[in-house]
Design a binder for this molecule. Sequence first.
Ligand code: GUN
Length: 291
Amino acid sequence: MNNLIDGKKVASEIKDEITQKISYSISKGNRAPSIKIILVGGHGPSKIYVNAKLKACESVGIDAELLSLNDNINQDELSGIIKKLNSDDNLDGFIVQLPLPDQISVQKVIELIDPSKDIDGFTNDNIGSITSKKKKLMPATGLGVMTLIERYNIDIDSKKCVVLGASRNVGGAIAQMLVEREDATVIVCNSKTKNLKSLTIDADLIVSAVGIPNLVTSDMVKKGVAIIDVGISRVKDSSKKSGYKIVGDVDFENVSKKASLISPVPGGVGPMTIVSLLKNTLKVYCDKFKI
Ligand code: GUN
């Protein structure tokens, strides 16, 4: 397939660049970058994502430590842990893996994170900076999507970009990042949008970040469209040992026959989100050590 957007390959190239930068800094006598990952409870997919993040950190020379917390932790206890991490000068950043148990307010948690350590780029301060001239830590998935657009030279100048999904941290952030380029026409769809097909059918770029398998079918797109699939869902698959497989929002098999470029799931945006976390960590670290 020569229309594949290979997120795994791009992520691996960026990881090599990050590795070099970190070894250079260490050769100058600096410590390695250091982050923590908070995992609350035993949510199956989260454990898999967190392990992938830890492995990626290790591969580039970032010290990453997992902080596994009981799923009956309360808001105050979690707040106490976040405050401690905020004031740890030897820590460059941390993330709180989502989702969180029902007794915890996600927004309260996010807003307690020191924006300068928010390597997910989820705080209001960082998301708000998408629209500012001085960008801070960009939301990791959006940064990954924009990197794919650049690396694959997807031409969006004067083109119509349709973003499916308007969540604050993902779809909405991606749409805002596209708007900031000041060259594309951006349409953002949410769960109330009527007749999606009327909007997607003449799109030059579709970014789907909804989490509904087969939301985008081949009758909804024009020939030559570029597709970036941010969705991640688990569907039953008895042929797999685990009993399920991971799919995106797009009917890949059929849409890929019409698309000029298309990202698969897995192997598309997923590795790019992880590499963006590494990039954000490096940004905090390089600013601190003036590299
Ligand atoms: N859960 C699913 N994706 C993410 C992510 O990018 N960051 C965090 N913190 N949790 C997630």
